[in-house]
Design a protein around this ligand. Structure first.
Ligand code: PLP
Length: 405
């Protein structure tokens, strides 16, 4: 218990921190509000409008009176659309009581950890990771076990590294493919190597965060772990949502597919926190999953052009080096070549966070430090912004880096 103010705070609040990407974005917005010209590359959401037919479905639902609570686990229409999507796109079969709908993939992941973790329970998280995983685990009394997967490993977890990380206390492995922040995705063969290990450790459950599954620059389908190894279905939670694929972040809608007992426990947690996500969002998500998928291909092509330009421009800047990401909408360049350099004001850049602050102050470009993602000496830059803005940011960074000594 902390007594810094009139109201004491719980220990779990002291274990966790606000999402760093939100902090960086807020800081960039604050500078913009003060009149500074900042190119903001911190966003974790599409800059595109939600497709028209989805907005129309939301409006129609509102007019038709979808203004009340829905079942905790989601409307039957949406769960049916999810089941059909999983069969059609991922080749896996689920029943109505094996689907849980929540307020974003984020809430679904949180519900799963809250429903399963106790003190000392371990969750294996390959780094670089999405910033929220370790904090969510800690908020639910668990222990994050971070396995560093560097650039040489393609930023991916190997079977050997997984084997070494498993202990009798391991409850979950979480996999995110394509990955935020690196864009790396696991091929069917790479997933197969991991499932060989997992089959030998029946006490380990698997959570796959598939939120970027459709943003793959080669246009290929992202393999689903349950399709690769059906024996894992009874201990896998597939997490997905509509935020990134259909530019629907503000709708707050995600879903999980997993064994009925787990799903039921997650629903119980949700029933005592938010009850259900918005009825209007559920109608919109049903339209997104069932409707025309043309937007998905168009958006992917747009991100691919931006990725190609960003990677080319960043690799021309001495001190930065950037692997082309396979998917998602971020680039993750190494800034190791800038560490140890001195700014024109005489400050030595000792860490990636120093680089981030210098980029913000000297170039007016907002990015996020790799340390926030468990991988120091890297930077995460969002390409979910227009090509001119990406080019402007890279031009400014080139100038700023050239002035370092
Ligand atoms: C890897 C990953 N998982 C989950 C989420 C959360 O998605 P949602 O909007 O569905 O909560 C994000 C959002 O940034 C993400 O990057």
């Amino acid at each position: 218990m902390s007594r810094t103010g009139a109201i004491a705070l719980a220990p779990r609040v002291q274990r966790i921190k606000p999402s760093p990407s939100m902090v960086a974005r807020d800081r960039a917005r604050q500078l913009q509000a003060e009149g500074r010209d900042v190119v903001d590359l911190t966003a974790g959401e599409p800059d595109l409008d939600t497709p028209k037919h989805i907005r129309a479905a939301a409006a129609a639902a509102l007019e038709a009176g979808a203004t009340r609570y829905t079942p905790v686990n989601g409307t039957p229409a949406l769960r049916k659309a999810i089941i059909e999507k999983l069969a059609r796109e991922n080749g896996v079969r689920y029943a109505m009581n094996e689907i849980s709908v929540g307020g974003g993939a984020k809430q679904v992941i949180y519900n799963a950890f809250a429903a399963t973790l106790g003190a000392g329970d371990e969750v294996i998280i390959p780094a670089p990771y999405w910033v929220s995983y370790p904090d969510m685990v800690e908020a639910c009394d668990g222990t994050p076990v971070i396995v560093s997967c560097g650039e040489n490993a393609g930023f991916k977890l190997s079977a050997e590294a997984l084997e070494q990380a498993i202990t009798p206390r391991t409850r979950w492995l979480i996999l995110n493919s394509p990955c935020n922040p690196t864009g790396a995705f696991y091929s069917a063969a790479e997933i197969g190597a991991l499932t060989e290990v997992l089959v030998r450790h029946p006490h380990v459950a698997v959570m796959t965060d598939d939120i970027y599954e459709h943003i793959r620059f080669d246009g290929g389908a992202t393999p689903c772990i349950v399709a690769v190894e059906p024996r894992l279905q009874e201990r896998t939670l597939l997490v997905n949502g509509v935020s990134k694929t259909y530019a629907m972040t503000g709708f707050r809608l995600g879903y999980g597919a997993g064994p009925a007992e787990l799903i039921s426990a997650m629903n119980t947690i949700q029933s005592q926190s938010t009850s259900c996500t918005s009825a209007i969002s559920q109608a919109a998500a049903t339209a997104a999953l069932e409707g025309d998928q043309g937007f998905v291909t168009e958006a992917r092509e747009m991100y691919r052009l931006r990725r190609d330009r960003a990677v080319a421009m960043l690799n021309d800047i001495p001190g930065l080096s950037c692997l082309p990401p396979d998917g998602a909408f971020y680039v993750f360049p190494s800034c190791a070549g800038l560490i140890g350099k001195t700014t024109p004001a005489g400050k030595i850049l000792k860490t990636d966070l120093d680089v981030v602050m210098h980029f913000l102050d000297a170039a007016g470009v907002a990015v996020i430090d790799g340390t926030a993602y468990g991988m120091p000496s890297y930077l995460r830059m969002s390409i979910a912004t227009s090509l001119p803005k990406i080019e402007e940011a890279c031009t400014r960074l080139a100038r700023t880096c050239a002035a370092l000594r």
